[in-house]
Ligand binder design. Structure first.
Ligand code: ATP
Length: 328
């Protein structure tokens, strides 16, 4: 279990993590998703007890990352973005060395056990420098697993791997949820969607959304884009719907007309249907467009940018007007 509460990290004057809160549950893979520089590594380093937070708190496996960082380290397996592997050791020698630091008994057996777990027992006696990048990443994961930690924290584990290695590693991460609380960072949206039970989206040090991929999708589908077809010329339909107060813009596509509302918490369908009927046309189709995590991410990022442009609006009405003005 990971519990993060208003965590802040400041580097000098720069606030890299701005008071974030989220949980990661046992038996689940939680994805920590964000673009480059969003604050993922900074957060993960605080959670592994390697760097103290500036403010706020976090508990990992029931221990405070600041006050009880040694207890946290005992219970966390950490795969950093670049694993410091000793290239002139064999995989087994390296894992035995890590096992010794961790105070593990029966180190050779344990080294082979974790190598089996990551599907690399046949290369246990190979020098690390002779292993492929994907294999080295597996050795990195094996060192994170050596002390059978309750919590696994993986920083961009699939970066730099070829597509087959990526698939294999994702399958492995999925399996790990059976025994561990897994938190892994990624900037790849489809990866978060495929592997994670829950996704936490971070941007510029702040969490902009969190939930299951299905929940995040539902939020946008409720007030997201809709596809419209009616028995009218599509240009006329575009003109009629584009002037609705809640509509941001329309786009003519092969299947019909895509209508994008100004805000995602507003379902445009009743208004769209009414206007079509007012014009005396027949409505043929009116359905939400499927959204994937990529669209959710782009939409949330745009929404945040809009919010930043709007300068402290004094009233709700004014806020809506300003938001509309700053749309693309
Ligand atoms: P990436 O996906 O590129 O690794 P990230 O989401 O992991 O990005 P961080 O590495 O946590 O992001 O960096 C967040 C911000 O903090 C960035 O603007 C980065 O330049 C800054 N930063 C990170 N480490 C330091 C440091 N030691 N001193 C000063 N600024 C730092």
């Amino acid at each position: 279990m990971i519990e993060v509460n208003e965590l802040v990290k400041q580097y000098g004057d720069f606030v890299a993590v701005k008071g974030i809160s989220f949980n990661a549950q046992p038996g689940q893979v939680t994805g920590f998703l964000g673009p480059n520089g969003a604050g993922k590594t900074t957060t993960l380093r605080m959670l592994t007890g390697f760097m103290p937070p500036t403010a706020g708190s976090a508990k990992v496996a029931g221990f405070d990352v600041f006050d009880q960082s040694m207890e946290v380290r005992k219970r966390v397996g950490y795969l950093p973005e670049s694993v410091p592997l000793y290239r002139d050791m064999t995989a087994v020698q390296y894992l035995m060395y890590i096992g010794e630091i961790r105070g593990i008994k029966h180190r050779r057996e344990r080294a082979y056990e974790v190598l089996r777990r990551v599907g690399l027992s046949h290369r246990g006696d190979s020098l690390i420098r002779t292993l492929s990048k994907g294999m080295r990443q597996r050795v990195g994961l094996a060192q994170a697993l050596i002390h059978d930690p309750e919590v696994l924290i993986l920083d961009e584990p699939t970066i730099g791997l070829d597509p087959i290695q990526v698939l294999e590693l994702r399958d492995l991460i999925s399996e790990l949820r059976q025994k561990h609380t897994v938190l892994f960072s990624t900037h790849i949206l489809s990866e978060a969607e495929q592997v994670c039970d829950k996704v936490v989206i971070i941007q510029q040090g702040a969490i902009i959304a969190q939930g299951t991929p299905t929940e995040l999708r539902a939020t946008l589908e409720r007030g997201g884009r809709v596809l419209v077809r009616a028995n009218a010329p599509v240009e006329d339909l575009s003109e009629a719907l584009g002037t609705l107060p809640s509509v941001l813009h329309t786009e003519i596509v092969t299947e019909g007309l895509v209508v994008t509302p100004k805000t995602t918490d507003h379902d445009p369908r009743p208004e769209v249907a009414r206007r079509i009927i007012e014009r005396g046309w027949s409505l043929i189709e009116l359905r939400p467009l499927a959204v994937n995590l990529e669209e959710i991410f782009l939409e949330l990022t745009r929404a945040q940018k809009r919010a930043e442009v709007v300068e402290a609006p004094p009233s709700e009405t004014q806020s809506e007007t300003s938001e509309a003005e700053v749309q693309e």
